[in-house]
Design a binder for this molecule. Structure first.
Ligand code: ATP
Ligand code: LTN
Length: 330
């Protein structure tokens, strides 16, 4: 019988604090289900986080917190590799190589995340501009087949494909071409204070997001204050009712009720009733999540990251050495 290799999955989240429901519903919550049929690698991408100024003590705390959130979301270190990006130096080494031989200024100039974050300000780090090349290195080092993320990362995964193809055709067929894996529902959770912008941990107001570690009071207050649309009907209509459609998506994903069922449940009832119930659903989810989170010690996380580092390094070293050989530097 031919032994078929399991597909490889790679994804990561920046340890930049305030992980929120968008990160959970769009990315992390999907990862646990992928672990049985795939070889999964989940990374805490700390070198991506430093593209924007970070306080060293906060960053250290956020690295542990992010890995703990992976574990509390059901990522099992016996099945998956969990590690910290900066601990495997091959990522930055490959990023430099790709910068020189594959990536073009014209590719990076097209990246919308950079434009959104820089907001026309030239006084931002070169790292922020180069961020997608480091992300491509993360993905390409591990022969990744699928990259599960939220909708906002699609363009970056597509760039990884372009860089891999360019390298393969110029040097040697060394990189597997990855595919984005984006779910239809929850891939773009919108801000609670602005239904036209995605929920984001770097949002200016904390009323933009529900943090995974928010208290019940904070969560309730944020849901009750969330913006709504004109009219009073609870109906999914992304074009004309973006705010209620977003709240319905969150409600549906956390309660496992379909949007259609929710529309029937709330027929003839107002936004106030709907928000009160949604707040309860969110609080119940947070309470279960935080119970699991609080059971995990920092020591356990450090040990998981150390074991993960060894496994990741083993794979990354081999790939980088092939790349160096083909370049003529080894
Ligand atoms: P920031 O907005 O500060 O850049 P972020 O909230 O986008 O941060 P990331 O670490 O960049 O967080 O993203 C981690 C994962 O969460 C990625 O897969 C990303 O696509 C996903 N994600 C982020 N925000 C959302 C959202 N609002 N809805 C769905 N998925 C999201
Ligand atoms: N850029 C991603 C985080 C990230 C990532 C990756 C995601 C860095 N490297 C590799 C998937 C695969 C973001 O979510 N902002």
């Amino acid at each position: 019988m031919i032994h078929q290799e399991k597909p490889t999955i790679f994804s990561g989240v920046q340890p930049s604090g305030n992980l929120h429901l968008g990160n959970y519903l769009g990315a992390i919550s999907r990862w646990a289900n992928l672990q049985d049929k795939n070889q999964c690698i989940f990374c805490v991408v700390d070198y991506h986080a430093i593209t924007i100024k970070q306080d060293p003590l906060e960053l250290k705390k956020n690295i542990i917190e992010t890995a703990k959130i992976y574990l509390a979301s059901g990522i099992d270190p016996k099945k998956s590799i969990i590690f910290q990006q900066s601990q495997v130096s091959e990522h930055t080494e490959l990023a430099w190589i790709l910068n020189c031989v594959s990536a073009r200024m014209s590719d990076l100039n097209k990246m919308t995340q950079y434009k959104d974050k820089a907001e026309g300000n030239e006084n931002v780090s070169v790292g922020l501009f180069d961020y997608p090349v480091l992300m491509a290195s993360d993905i390409l080092l591990y022969n990744t087949d699928l990259v599960p993320t939220g909708e906002d990362q699609k363009q970056h995964v597509e760039l990884s494909r372009t860089l891999a193809k360019r390298f393969n055709s110029q040097y040697k067929e060394l990189f597997r071409i990855p595919e984005p894996l984006i779910e239809r529902s929850g891939a773009r959770i919108m801000g609670l204070d602005d239904a036209f912008k995605k929920m984001s941990k770097s949002a200016k107001s904390e009323f933009n997001y529900i943090g995974l570690l928010d208290s019940p009071e904070q969560a309730r207050k944020k849901i009750m204050k969330a913006v709504t649309d004109t009219g009073s009907e609870i109906k999914y209509d992304k074009e004309n009712k973006p705010a209620i459609s977003n709240l319905l998506t969150i409600y549906s994903l956390l309660s496992k009720k379909t949007i259609k069922e929710l529309e029937v449940d709330y027929k003839g009832r107002g936004y106030g009733d709907f928000k009160k119930d949604l707040a309860e659903v969110v609080i119940n989810f947070l309470s279960d999540f935080q119970k699991r989170y609080n059971k995990i010690s920092d020591k356990e996380v450090v040990s998981v990251l150390l074991k993960g580092k060894k496994k990741a390094k083993n794979i990354a070293e081999k790939k980088l050495s092939e790349v160096k050989k083909s370049l003529g530097v080894l």
